[in-house]
Ligand binder design. Structure first.
Ligand SMILES: [Zn+2]
Ligand SMILES: [Zn+2]
Length: 262
């Protein structure tokens, strides 16, 4: 029998709670009761648009009204964010307070910018490309994807979450050259790229992991848990990393993002 070193991930940098309307059965209350069950830290990263926008407009990020909704939410949105942070902080030390940061097409964050440094972790992510919504040519959509990616990185996010999901979900081609471009940007900015197991983008993920290992770009572990059963399920991450020979704790520690060192 061959010896396999028991490895662990120190944190899951991307999970949701009742503060995200797409979350199924995870609540801060249930997480609070599960305190002590986890061998890793759990970052709570609810969608920033779901926190900032009023309840009736929570799903309107991917619409032409998003800038007007953000403008109208300045005061109330800030209050909602502060209440959310209070609730997440109350969970205690096993949990990290964060957000999955949305931006508008012009690069403005959908979150009070002065509060970003107060978070333990920020996962920047693309959830809306107007060119896709309007059925514009692929090259226009990819140019928007690049510009939003650059804007998130310019905001100082330590992690870029599910970099290709919006493209894959909308059946846009992700080419090796797009992945190479992304990893170049991440290398230049010192941003970690996420391996996300909620919605799999297997082929671009493989290209991304390979390029990150070559370029010294850190990989961030995220289950993006929307369901309780996703918590602590690192099968996809383990398998993908093992395929590139990352199987020991020392090898993992050398390539994974760690907010304590960021
Ligand atoms: Zn997301
Ligand atoms: Zn998410």
């Amino acid at each position: 029998m061959s010896f396999v070193e028991k490895t662990r991930f120190h944190a899951d940098y991307h999970t949701h709670t009742e503060h995200s309307y797409c979350c199924e059965d995870i609540t801060t209350q249930r997480l609070s009761r599960s305190q002590g069950e986890w061998s890793h830290q759990i970052a709570i990263t609810d969608h920033s648009a779901h926190l900032v926008f009023p309840t009736e407009a929570r799903g309107r990020l991917d619409s032409d009204e998003a800038p007007a909704i953000l403008a109208a939410s300045a005061t109330d949105g800030r209050e909602r964010v502060l209440r959310y942070l209070e609730r997440v902080r109350a969970l205690g030390g096993g949990f990290l307070a964060g957000t999955e940061l949305d931006i508008l097409p012009d690069g403005r964050p959908v979150f009070p910018e002065d509060l970003l440094p107060e978070l333990d972790v920020v996962v920047g992510a693309i959830h809306a490309l107007p060119a896709v919504r309007r059925g514009q040519p692929v090259e226009v959509a990819l140019a928007e994807w690049r510009s939003q990616t650059e804007a998130l990185m310019a905001l100082g996010v330590p992690i870029l979450g599910h970099p290709f999901r919006y493209l894959v979900q909308h059946r846009l081609p992700v080419r090796p050259a797009d992945v190479a471009w992304l990893v170049d940007q991440a290398a230049a900015r010192g941003v970690a790229l996420e391996i996300n197991s909620h919605y799999l983008c297997a082929e671009p993920d493989r290209w991304m992991v390979e390029a990150c290992l070559q370029r010294g770009v850190r990989l961030a572990i995220g289950t993006d848990a929307h369901r309780w059963s996703e918590h602590g399920d690192f099968h996809y991450h383990r398998k993908l990393l093992a395929d590139y020979g990352i199987t020991t704790q020392a090898a993992l520690d050398a390539v994974l993002f760690d907010h304590r060192q960021a």
